[in-house]
Design a protein around this ligand. Structure first.
Ligand code: NAD
Length: 494
């Protein structure tokens, strides 16, 4: 990260955004725009098209044509790889620009955003590009006289609907395997974080991706997202965001063409600290980062701390110290550890959870309020709420802000019951020096990923997906290809 470049980029005017459809920049069909408000200071940064259902339809039609005429899927895998690797190089070359643009749009602190956005997107595109010419079909073990071939074919047109917390990273987790597999795409970024995905699509064209293979349409979820979900021409819908939207997407698929729908719906992830944790100071430091980085706007954020009763008070004190010491504020300052909450409505939603807990007599150990309001930005102090009950809304629902709840437990069984006591199942962590307990807990916790003696930080080589109401299907790893490839059998009598 070049800190001088970041300083130079922070006030650079941002031209009005445009959809990328069929290889060209376009406004909305009716010319309408949405203001892009920066959470850094509440000022309007630029505009993006307020897309219409017609725009979504044009993008799907472009993706359909590009798929059906084989301009992408018909290339040799090694040729697709070459284009995607050129794109990865361009993303790397524009990493400072993409990182700053994204931070001005969504408020993530730059130290996290730089790695988690352009660098992660680059690595993801590269990973799937390099994999695509190493995947083979199968010859089934059939009886003599028959030959069973199992081909893997691209699934067709993929629509990806992406949230605002990590648009490039989460976008690339879907775009990388889908394009490498030979699919074509329409991507719908979130209203409050569209700018970097638009830029990414322009860089793809520069890298030689044929027109129509990757289209990006901005606008409101209930208009553009809903049109994609209802489309008869979309074969696969890949989504990250809220459960409420996920339900609508499943309904729309059922009402239209039964497209496959993959959902990543966030979590209410338990972070379980046993008294025999190898290093409680390290556990406190990593746990604070695991909930407060990006102001808690991380799908796997460790938002529920479960602590063995004997160390409860001491551990919560350590965490409170770590939380209060975190530098919150200007996300473009490299010293900042937690940037802005994404938008005014999101900040209001997060504060409402805390107010409800306060009104119910729960103990606000630290934080609990908006800060730096004089900047015009949307900032919130890292917040710890203790003395909560399992039925509290703040314990059961995804807050998606810098808010940690704390509960005490006495036994391993009780820890498991609390951990599994929500509708979600995305991530978890267990801190213990006992190898046996660690493995037992990995087996007993209902989640897509269980960290042991750490929180977060897993790389592309392993899948990320939820169980229960955290969703289905996995992003990352070679398993992600399964979502974007169909199996086809050729059964041949010899
Ligand atoms: P959301 O589900 O409303 O938005 C996510 C994406 O879906 C956006 O691109 C949005 O435009 C689109 N969308 C919204 N309504 C749609 C519809 N009817 N049809 C099709 N697409 C639609 O989520 P949000 O409003 O951005 O955030 C609300 C909550 O969702 C957060 O507070 C958090 O709990 C959760 N969330 C989770 C993640 C995650 O990584 N799992 C990310 C963002 C938000």
């Amino acid at each position: 990260m070049d800190t001088a470049a970041i300083a130079a980029l922070r006030n650079r005017p941002v031209p009005a955004g445009a959809h990328v459809i069929d290889g060209a920049r376009r406004g909305a069909s009716d010319g309408a725009v949405l203001d892009v408000v920066s959470p850094i200071d509440g000022r309007v940064l630029t505009t993006i098209p307020k897309g219409t259902a017609e725009d979504a339809g044009a993008a799907v039609a472009a993706a359909r044509r590009a798929f059906d005429d084989g301009r992408w899927s018909g290339l040799a895998p090694a040729a697709r790889k070459a284009v995607l690797l050129r794109w990865a190089d361009l993303i790397r070359a524009h990493a400072d620009e993409l990182a700053v643009l994204g931070v001005r749009d969504n408020g993530t602190e730059i130290t996290m955003a730089y790695k988690a956005e352009p660098l992660s997107a680059e690595a993801t595109i590269r990973y799937y590009a390099e994999a695509i010419d190493k995947l083979s079909g199968e010859v089934a073990p059939t009886a003599p006289g028959t030959l069973g071939l199992v081909h893997r074919e691209p699934a067709g047109v993929v629509a990806a609907i992406v949230p605002w917390n990590f648009p490039l990273m989460i976008g690339a987790w879907k775009i990388g395997p889908a394009l490498a597999a030979g699919c074509t795409m329409v991507v719908k970024p979130a209203e409050t974080a569209s700018l970097t995905l638009l830029r990414l699509a322009e860089l793809a064209l520069e890298a030689g991706l044929p027109a129509g293979v990757l289209n990006v349409v901005t606008g409101e979820g209930p208009v553009v997202g809903a049109a994609l979900a209802a489309s008869m021409q979309v074969d696969v819908l890949a989504f990250t965001g809220s459960g409420a939207t996920g339900r609508k997407l499943l309904e729309a698929a059922a009402r239209s063409n039964l497209k496959r729908v993959y959902l990543e719906l966030g979590g209410k992830s338990p972070n379980i600290v046993f008294a025999d944790a190898p290093d409680l100071d390290e556990a406190a430091r990593v746990s604070a980062a695991g909930i407060f980085r990006n102001s808690g706007q991380v799908c796997i954020a460790g938002s529920r701390l479960l602590v063995e009763r004997g160390i409860h008070d001491a551990f919560v004190a350590k965490l409170a110290t770590a939380a209060a010491a975190m530098q919150v504020g200007d996300p473009l300052d490299p010293a900042t550890q937690a940037g802005a909450v994404n938008s005014e409505p999101q900040l209001a939603r997060v504060l409402a959870f805390v107010d409800e807990a306060r009104a119910a007599g729960r103990r606000i150990v630290t934080g609990g309020q908006r800060i730096l309001a004089e900047t015009g930005g949307t900032y919130m102090a890292p917040t710890i709420v203790a003395g909560v009950a399992q039925d509290d809304r703040i314990v059961r629902e995804e807050v998606f802000g810098p808010v940690l709840t704390v509960q005490a437990f006495d036994t391993e069984d009780e820890a498991v019951a609390l951990a599994n006591g929500t509708d979600y199942g995305l991530a978890a962590a267990v801190w213990t020096a006992s190898l046996s307990r660690a493995h037992r807990m990995v087996g007993r916790i209902r989640a897509g990923v269980v960290h042991v003696n750490t929180y977060g930080g897993s790389d592309l080589t392993v899948p990320l997906g939820g169980v229960g109401q955290s969703g289905n299907g996995s992003d990352k790893s070679l398993h992600a290809f399964d979502k974007y490839l169909n199996l086809k059998t050729a059964w041949i009598k010899l």
